[in-house]
Design a protein around this ligand. Structure first.
Ligand code: APR
Length: 324
């Protein structure tokens, strides 16, 4: 895939984008004829919308086809809710897109990006995660990702990864996991339908021929590319200023999904932070599962705050039970 520069992702731009996104979402809901009855913590928002026809691919009676009530609810901390309220009654097939971020791997011992004062393993992002940094000091950048690869090899999937693999076994092709993570913990937990939009620590990208091949030696040692033979391999990681992978396929999945969940992501980096709006605007129910409020929490229908190893299995249990 070709990589092209994307717009800057500075903090000010991000919060402006989040505000714009919130407004776009509000307007979208109003256009859909939504009836808001309350939106504060613990209040129930009853939103009457036309049910998307694709929800009815398997079952769903005439009354269900006419319309249904979606319950958009802000939880109070510690309170449990039913993410799939109303779903079981009509026995739909639901399509799910789950976006994961560093928070899902935190309890496996893989550090997040923004929980340590903006430093990633003691490095400023611009020193290890930009094409300019690589040009300036390739050895430091190669060594940094070589070390990350070793650290991830020592980590194990946690109950949140396991739960998403279980969700895939239940939903099959109706689930797509889109991860911003470059670790392989989803795959090691058993997930197969995973898109690594920010690349993959276990593959190398050849700066000469563009081949993406498995890493078999430390990249700092400049091994040859197995395809073209040139010693121009770099980490297959999408750096700031580069285009994420598979955006078309992700967009297609977002436009077709009935439920969008974001797990363990701060909502600070676009385009991933905007996925909730794409999904919501076309009528999907949205849920955030995160340790604490993120930059985009207000955009979700439902919010569940707590450690991923607890919240994700509980949510998956509800979905699987509702599906029957
Ligand atoms: N359970 C759930 N969420 C958690 C946990 C946990 N145990 N621990 C931390 N979190 C949450 C944090 O509260 C935070 O909101 O996970 C989020 C991690 O946010 P970031 O560190 O910003 O990671 P992410 O959103 O994945 O970053 C996006 O930024 O630097 C780039 O390319 C990099 O893919 C990365 C992107």
């Amino acid at each position: 895939m070709t990589r092209a520069p994307v717009a800057g992702r500075g903090a000010a731009e991000v919060s402006r984008a989040a505000r714009d996104a919130a407004e776009a979402f509000r307007v979208g809901v109003e256009r859909a004829g939504a009836v808001r009855a309350g939106a504060g913590p613990g209040e129930v928002v009853r939103v009457a919308v036309d049910m998307p026809p694709r929800c009815l691919r398997r079952g769903g009676g005439a009354s269900a086809r006419r319309s249904h009530l979606r319950y958009a609810r802000r939880r109070t901390p510690g309170e449990s809710t039913d993410a799939t309220r109303g779903i079981g009654a009509v026995q739909w097939t639901m399509r799910f897109v789950v976006l994961t971020g560093a928070g899902i791997s935190a309890e496996s011992g893989v550090p997040t990006f923004r929980d340590a004062g903006g430093l990633w393993e003691g490095h400023r992002v611009e020193d290890v995660a930009t094409p300019e940094a690589f040009e300036r000091d390739p050895d430091t950048v190669q060594r940094f990702y070589d070390l990350r690869r070793h650290a991830v090899a020592q980590a194990e999937p946690n109950p949140a990864h396991d739960a998403l693999a279980r969700l895939e076994r239940a939903l099959g092709d109706d689930l797509l996991v889109v991860t911003q993570n470059i670790d392989d913990l989803h795959e090691r937990a058993g997930s197969k339908r995973v898109v690594h939009m920010h690349g993959d620590l276990l593959t190398a990208l050849c700066a000469n021929c563009g081949a993406r091949t498995p890493v078999t030696a430390e990249l700092v040692e400049r091994p040859p590319c197995p395809v073209c033979g040139r010693r121009m391999l770099r980490p297959d990681v999408v750096w700031f200023g580069e285009m994420p992978y598979e955006l078309d396929a992700i967009d297609e999945a977002l436009l077709a999904c009935d439920v969008f969940a974001a797990i363990g992501t701060s909502g600070a980096v676009y385009p991933a932070a905007g996925f909730v709006m794409t999904a919501a605007e076309q009528g999907a129910r949205t849920v955030e599962l995160n340790l604490a409020a993120s930059e985009i929490t207000p955009l979700f229908d439902e919010v569940r705050h707590g450690p991923a190893s607890f919240e994700v299995p509980a949510w998956v249990d509800e979905v699987v039970a509702a599906r029957g």
